[in-house]
Design a protein around this ligand. Structure first.
Ligand SMILES: Nc1ncnc2c1ncn2[C@@H]1O[C@H](COP(=O)(O)OP(=O)(O)OP(=O)(O)O)[C@@H](O)[C@H]1O
Length: 215
């Protein structure tokens, strides 16, 4: 696949790239600012179509599916964690965590929210608004929200980019451990190649080129 943001320019944010993500693996893509990491993550996560090429998910071309099918996959099969948390400020922590379950139509049980909040250590904050939480706590809520639907894949874009080193280690260790425990595939982009202790695959992105560094 490739990505050009403008048909009028020759600049490729993503040069011809091929990537296979195996189920249950921890994948880290590191690189400098502007190297194309978010571009690749957005394409893989069904958020932005490539200019050329396709993204296959369970033998289906993601971007050939209709809008409803694509939303179902993003909402039910994928989880997302972003640098700036993207919590809804007007909603309590409890309601933020339960948001993705609106897609599923499966009855949500209160104990599921409490259990995941406990796992992330934010159970004392369930009735609070996000603005009253520290950055680290907000990101833990975002991780809980990403996990609540038991997704197959979590896409994380600089999940610790806005955190101090203590919270950065806490969030990255929890993400790695929980994904491994739950057999969730993780695709994470970061500028810090050592963020995740033992990824299955470590890639570097440089000027729109993806290179496998370590398996
Ligand atoms: N929506 C857009 N329109 C035009 N150009 C874009 C757009 N998004 C990204 N770019 C350009 O594509 C290139 C890759 O950007 P991208 O955001 O993917 O890099 P990145 O490695 O994620 O950087 P950062 O760590 O700063 O987020 C950059 O040159 C950027 O300016």
């Amino acid at each position: 696949m490739t990505k050009r943001y403008s048909n009028y320019e020759s600049f490729f944010a993503l040069k011809p790239t091929s990537l296979t993500v195996d189920s249950g693996t921890i994948n880290v893509i590191y690189g400098k600012s502007g190297s194309g990491k978010s571009t690749l993550l957005n394409i893989l996560g069904g958020m932005d179509a490539p200019t050329q090429g396709k993204v296959m998910f369970e033998n289906k071309d993601l971007y050939q599916l209709n809008d409803k099918e694509q939303s179902m996959i993003r909402g039910k099969r994928f989880g997302f964690v972003f640098q700036f948390f993207h919590l809804i400020p007007e909603l309590s922590v409890y309601d933020n965590i339960s948001l993705p379950t609106q897609f599923t139509k499966e009855p949500l049980e209160e104990k599921d929210i409490v259990t995941i909040a406990k796992t992330l250590g934010v159970e004392q904050r369930l009735t609070s608004l996000p603005s009253t939480l520290s950055g680290g706590e907000q990101q833990l809520v975002a991780v809980a929200r990403a996990l609540i639907n038991h997704p197959d894949i979590i896409f994380a874009d600089e999940p610790t980019g806005n955190l101090d080193s203590y919270n950065s280690s806490k969030v990255s260790e929890l993400l790695e451990t929980l994904c491994k425990e739950r057999d969730v595939t993780l695709v994470l982009v970061t500028h810090d190649k050592d963020l995740i202790q033992s990824p299955d695959n470590l890639y570097q992105m440089e000027d729109g080129n993806l290179q496998l560094i370590r398996k």
